[in-house]
Design a protein around this ligand. Structure first.
Ligand SMILES: NC(=O)c1ccc[n+]([C@@H]2O[C@H](COP(=O)([O-])OP(=O)(O)OC[C@H]3O[C@@H](n4cnc5c(N)ncnc54)[C@H](O)[C@@H]3O)[C@@H](O)[C@H]2O)c1
Ligand SMILES: O=c1ccn([C@@H]2O[C@H](COP(=O)(O)OP(=O)(O)O[C@H]3O[C@H](CO)[C@@H](O)[C@H](O)[C@H]3O)[C@@H](O)[C@H]2O)c(=O)[nH]1
Length: 330
């Protein structure tokens, strides 16, 4: 059985759906600090609690036969991590240490960890390989990099094996509308673009059009959340058949600029998206794109939503659905 921490959150809930479809047995542990109880389908064992609480972990391990952990839970907002660094180190680093200690003590030897492209910091080249220098510029990135170090050290000293997936920009929603990014305060570009498209936000602020990029706006590598969920299944399969732990970029290896994303959504809705060009957002990296060579070589994985319009279409459908349900409640 797989213990899924953070399974009530954005990415975790898509992984839960992928597990159900693939017939994998799971139990979800989530404290619902940013997740939603109803994001976990009925019938899936759910424990409300803190993944850093030894007693909670002990109870789960007594009750369920856990063989692997997929660890999504954590605090995820880069700007919040600058305001509350110690809170971020506590949740993302210290509590993950407790979880890993529990895994080692209980003989749970397979861990898939949600890392982030934020561990790289400003890249020297636009496209980054896993061996690129890590130089995170936020407490969030550092809190995740420290977990990568803990994993490497624990794997060297014990039977623990891991796959750390460095997600690039996660976007989109379940194509059947069963899950998506729900937060109303999301800072994510594609979420905000969709909020403008459905009329829940007046316009999109573009944070800078004077970067040294072809159209002056920043470039990112967006990966669809359902494709990312599948990559986790494949990472678990990888751990079943090999002794090797590995760190993998998770992206499509294709750069999309902020203005290209705006253009793509305008094409979908058949009108121009209202935008306002603003100052650069502090801390933004001009361009970062994943080199996916190692991921493609290691995982049995082929993306379904690489086409930006297709990806945006799922995000837009979900936003329309969310917007309509908010209206019906109001
Ligand atoms: N969304 C992205 O673009 C992105 C990019 C890179 C990495 N990540 C990583 O992916 C993971 C999932 O991110 P997300 O976007 O789904 O965020 P999310 O906030 O939607 O999900 C996080 C989940 O963890 C739960 N949680 C938080 N602290 C907990 C605790 N102490 N005990 C138990 N549950 C707890 C929350 O309630 C929530 O359900 C995170 O580790 C994040 O750092 C996300
Ligand atoms: O209203 C907006 C929101 C974003 N942007 C721009 O869009 C790009 C992408 O921004 P955003 O969606 O906030 O993503 P990132 O800042 O690239 O960070 C994401 O990707 C990181 C790397 O994986 C993760 O660690 C973070 O959690 C996740 O938010 C940046 O250039 C922003 O300046 C705008 O112009 N307007």
């Amino acid at each position: 059985m797989i213990l899924v921490t953070g399974g009530a959150g954005y990415i975790g809930s898509h992984f839960v759906l992928a597990c159900i479809e693939d017939g994998r047995e799971i139990v979800v542990l989530d404290d619902l600090s940013t997740g939603f109880r109803d994001a976990v389908p009925p019938g899936v064992p759910f424990v409300r609690g803190d993944f850093g609480d030894w007693a909670v972990l002990q109870r789960i391990i007594w009750q369920y036969d856990i063989s692997s952990v997929v660890h999504f839970a954590g605090s995820v907002v880069v700007s919040d991590s600058i305001a509350d660094p110690l809170g971020y180190y506590e949740t993302n680093t210290t509590k993950t240490r407790t979880l890993l200690a529990h895994c080692v003590a209980s003989g749970i030897n397979e861990v898939v960890f949600s890392s982030t492209a934020a561990v790289y910091g400003p890249p020297v080249t636009e496209t980054v390989m896993e061996l690129a220098p890590t130089n995170p510029i936020s407490p969030y990135g550092r809190s995740k990099l420290m977990v990568e170090w803990m994993l490497a050290d624990a794997a060297a000293a014990t039977d623990l094996r891991y796959v750390a997936l460095r997600y690039f920009n996660v976007a989109g929603a379940d194509p059947l509308g069963r899950a998506g990014l729900r937060s109303r305060n999301a800072t994510h570009l594609l979420k905000r673009i969709c909020e403008v498209a459905v009329g829940d936000r007046s316009h999109l602020d573009i944070y800078g059009n004077d970067y040294h990029t072809p159209d002056g706006s920043c470039i990112r590598d967006f990966i669809h959340v359902s494709d990312l969920a599948q990559a986790h299944l494949s990472a678990l399969d990888h751990l079943r058949v090999t002794d090797h732990s590995v760190i993998l970029n998770c992206g499509y290896g294709q750069g999309v600029s902020v203005l290209e994303a705006v253009q793509a959504i305008s094409g979908l809705i058949g009108r121009d998206l209202p935008i306002r060009i603003c100052d650069r957002r502090p801390g933004d990296i001009p361009a970062i794109v994943s080199d996916t060579t190692l991921m493609q070589k290691t995982l049995d994985w082929s993306p379904r939503f690489k086409d930006l319009t297709h990806l945006l279409d799922t995000a837009l459908s979900y936003e329309r659905q969310e917007s309509a349900s908010r209206l019906s409640v109001a």
